[in-house]
Every structure is written in C-alpha cells, then in structure tokens.
Design a protein around this ligand. Structure first.
Ligand code: NAP
Length: 470
C-alpha cells in the first residue's frame, strides 16, 4: 500500500486532524497525512497508527504522491491565515478537478473567498464544519458540509462513514452552497456559547444561592441529564464538578480561574446576527459574559466597594432546584430558537437553501450541542419547513410556555439575591418581547422624528409622517 493508493489526504495532525485520520482509517479508507512539523507526523506514525492504512508524507510532494486522482485533501489547521498558507503551499501540486476540504472553524466569509478563488483555478472547495471535539473526531463527529454539490458527492462515502449516527441516522448531510457548512457550524458554536452560559448560571445559583457543594450540584446535573435536559453539555458538567484536585484534595472546579476564553465563533455569530438584524440575545449575552469574566481585577476591586443583597435564597430549596431545571429547558429551547432564526434569515440572504429539519437532525449526535430536545426541534421543522419561529411550533411553544412561570420565579429570585443570571433573564425578556403584539418602539420612532426628522408610520393611516414637535 502506498503511492497513489489513498482515497483521502489530511493536512494538520493536531487534536482534530489526528483523530479524524484514525476514524477514517478505521472505516477502511487509506489516508495520506502531512503536518508542517514533521516530528509530529513521526510521533503519530510511531505511537498511534498501528496497522492502519495511513501513509505519511514528510514533504508535500510525497504526501500528494500518495493520493488517488482526482485528489481530495482535508485541511485541519488553525483557522485564519494558516488555512490560506496551506492552500498556497498545496496549489503547485494540484490539478484541475482536485478537491480541498477545510474542516476547521473558518470564518464563513473566508470560505466564500477561498471557494471563489479556487473555482477560478478549476479546483473544488468544500467548507466542512466539524463538531464533537477530540472524542467526536475520533469516534463520530457531526459534520456540516457546504459548497458545490459535486464536491460533497466526491467525499460523501468517507464523510458518511466517519460521521456520528443516531438510531441509524447519519449526523452529516449536504447543507447548501457556498459557505453554508461553515455558517451552520458558526451558529452551532453560538448556540454552544448560549447553553454553556445558562449552565454556568445555574451552577452559580446553586453554589452561591443555595450554598451547595460541587459534588451536590453534580448530582443535580446527573438528575437533569436523565430527563428533558438530556444533552452532552449537561452530561459533562457532572464529571467536571466531581473532579478532585490531586494536589490539594479540593474540588478542582473551585481552583479553576473564573475567566472564560474564546476563539471568536460566538462573537462572529453575534456580529453576523446584528448585520442580518436577527435578535440573538442569548448568544450576545454569552459573549458579553465571557468578556466580563476577563475583567477579574476590576471585578475584585468592585466587589470590595459595591454593595448588594446577601446572595441567598430563603424559600423551599427542592422547589427552587425543580424550577431551575424547568427554566433551563425553556431557556435552552429559546437559545436554539435564536440560532435557528439566524440560520433561516442567512439562508434567504445568502441563498443557502438550508433545510432546518436536516440541520437539527445532524446536530443530534456527535456534536457539542447534541441534546434530546433536538428531536422535537427536528419534528417541528419536518412538520412545517417554513415555520416562522420555533416557538410557533404548537408543541414546543406549549412546552416553553408551561415553564415560563418557573423562569419568572428563578430570575426574580436571582435578581433579589443579587446573583447575575443574564442568560436566563434575557431568555425571559426575549420570550416576553416576542409575544408582545405591541412594543414601545413607538416612543423610539417618535423621538427619532423629534430630534432627527426621521419620520414614522402610523397604526391607523398608511404613509410616512413627520410632526413639528416644538
Ligand atoms: P491544534 O491541535 O492546535 O493543531 C493545529 C494544527 O494546525 C497543527 O497541525 C499545526 O501544525 C497546524 N498549523 C498551524 N499553523 C499552521 C501553518 N501556518 N501552516 C501549516 N500548518 C499549521 O488544532 P485543532 O484543535 O486540531 O483545530 C484544528 C481546527 O479545527 C481549528 O480550526 C479549530 O478551530 C477546529 N476545531 C477544533 C475543535 C477542538 O475541539 N479542538 C473542535 C472543532 C473544530 P504544527 O504541528 O506544525 O504546529
């Protein structure tokens, strides 16, 4: 096995690349691999490959020589300039009809640009969102491909074999043209930010408000994961909360610095949502809270001087935990609803022609936001592909509405105790704004007309009006 025998090549043997290569090889595909730092390739070959059909290239010429034509090459390197650098280095070795697949978290506008540039050279380009982290890449990720349909068909068998499966259904599907795949992955990450913020707030309310230990909170997350909140992010909260630090014997979570980092996919989602004028307050709030967490010194200084109420809940503790779980369900549905509303709008503006039932289907397994409630979301879009808003699905709308008294009680208790819960609060406000047939935007319009003669419309007469307010 070797020269010219590999059906797929992969550049970038980092966390994701290494694991995706092993995954594809375990499904019987011969894979050629290359990494900028050859030492990493050597280590990978010696320590992880075993008897699998994986062929190293220590130069790009050697790597490309392993590939069957027309070639298909996955790039899995850090997003941004490294992707352009790898494409530029590969180009001299490629021929028209070859296919490049970018499996990283690339910004969708970069994917559009690269796709156009490569199409002009006769090459195919596929933007492939990959979710599931290290374990997903190794055992079955959720894959979100977008680009020319012919590009997807070329590697369809490999991607289908490598992807996660849920009850026999694949967590990969062709999503649409252009950068559809990377757009969907971006929004996936935006939803991930929103859900993680909600889970962090719930932890804070239990830890500070009820004074529970990390171990006790882990038990609550385990219980939640057995019910309607069943999802990967709820599931992994328990082992995280239970982990004891080997050095000190204390819960590790108590020793981890409270400053959340980010690579930008949540911020891109919010920025794009604002550009397309789609409200995504849960995602915006999650980005904002990661930013605010970074102001550690300022928070410590403020904590010494700015007073608030004692952070405790006086009421029935078990009732509060129950209400919090139900609030989380409502807020999680609302976070998905916001992300899906953004996808719906982007699909119209960028002509992706996304099928949201398919998006929900491929998010049910392998990826970080996989959750039991995606089954209901999928059913909602299957029943009505043109559903204006997820909450207008009769079943989901009813389920969220039934939990709103809980969300009101929890956010009121958080406000009274001075524990920040902006993700939960903004979910409530989004819901209430959405169901307000009349919002106070009339005053905003009137004031805009007052100071800037921006005009306004009336509810009773058609046309555009201006008033001389003075
Ligand atoms: P990683 O472990 O940090 O590895 C980065 C890889 O990129 C290495 O192979 C590195 O090569 C290569 N690289 C960096 N700059 C390069 C350049 N200028 N030219 C050539 N190669 C270069 O990264 P990762 O976590 O696997 O992530 C890869 C992509 O997948 C990223 O876009 C990431 O956002 C995305 N992603 C990651 C996850 C995750 O959970 N980690 C999940 C989904 C998506 P050297 O060894 O030579 O430095």
């Amino acid at each position: 096995m070797g020269d010219g025998d590999c059906s797929i090549g992969l550049v970038g043997l980092g966390t994701m690349g290494r694991n995706l290569v092993l995954n594809m090889a375990d499904h019987g595909f011969a894979v050629a691999v290359y990494n900028r730092t050859g030492e990493k390739t050597r280590e990978f070959m010696e320590q992880e490959v075993g008897g699998r059909k994986i062929h190293p290239g220590y130069t790009l010429a050697e790597f490309v020589g392993h590939l069957q034509g027309p070639r298909a090459i996955i790039i899995l390197v850090s997003a941004g300039p490294p992707v352009d650098a790898v494409i530029d280095e590969l180009l001299p070795f490629l021929s028209p009809g070859d296919l490049i697949i970018d499996g990283g978290n690339s910004f969708f506008r970069d994917t559009d640009r690269r796709g156009r540039t490569l199409a002009a050279k006769g090459l195919l380009y596929l933007g492939l969102g990959v979710s599931g982290g290290e374990a997903g890449a190794r055992h079955g990720p959720s894959l979100m491909p977008g680009g020319p349909p012919a590009a997807y068909e070329r590697v369809r068998a490999i991607l289908e074999a490598a992807a996660a499966k849920v009850q026999g259904e694949l967590c990969v599907a062709y999503l649409g043209g252009g950068a559809a795949g990377h757009f969907v992955k971006m929004v996936h990450n935006g939803i991930e930010y929103a859900v993680m913020e909600l889970l962090a707030e719930a932890y804070d309310l239990l830890r500070r408000g009820l004074g529970l230990s990390p171990g006790e909170i882990a038990g609550i997350y385990e219980e939640w994961n057995r019910g309607e909140l069943a999802s990967y992010l709820v599931e992994i909260a328990s082992p995280v909360l239970r982990r004891v630090d080997e050095k000190t014997g204390q819960p590790l979570i108590d020793l981890i610095l409270d400053q959340a980092r980010q690579k930008g996919t949540g911020k891109w989602t919010s920025q794009e949502a604002m550009d397309l004028q789609v409200p995504t307050p849960g995602i915006d709030t999650a980005v904002m809270m990661r930013d605010l967490s970074g102001y550690k010194a300022e928070r410590e200084a403020a904590a010494r001087v700015l007073q608030g109420p004692p952070p405790v809940f006086p009421g029935d503790r078990q009732a509060f935990i129950r209400q919090l779980g139900r609030s989380l369900y409502a807020a999680m549905v609302l976070a998905f609803a916001q992300g899906l509303a953004l996808l719906q709008r982007a699909s119209q503006v960028y002509d992706y022609r996304l099928d949201l039932a398919t998006v929900a289907r491929i998010w049910r397994g392998g990826c970080i936001i996989r959750a039991a409630l995606l089954e209901d979301i999928r059913a909602a879009y299957q029943a009505r592909p043109d559903l204006e808003h997820l909450l207008l699905d009769p079943r989901l709308g009813r389920e969220v509405m039934a939990r709103l008294p809980n969300l009101r009680a929890v956010t009121a208790a958080a406000a009274a105790a001075g524990i920040p819960a902006p993700g939960l609060m903004v979910s409530l406000a989004y819901y209430d704004a959405l169901r307000s047939a009349r919002l106070p935007a009339n005053l905003i319009q009137a004031q805009r007309d007052y100071f800037g003669a921006h005009t306004y419309e009336r509810t009773d007469i058609a046309g555009t009006f201006h008033t001389h307010w003075d």
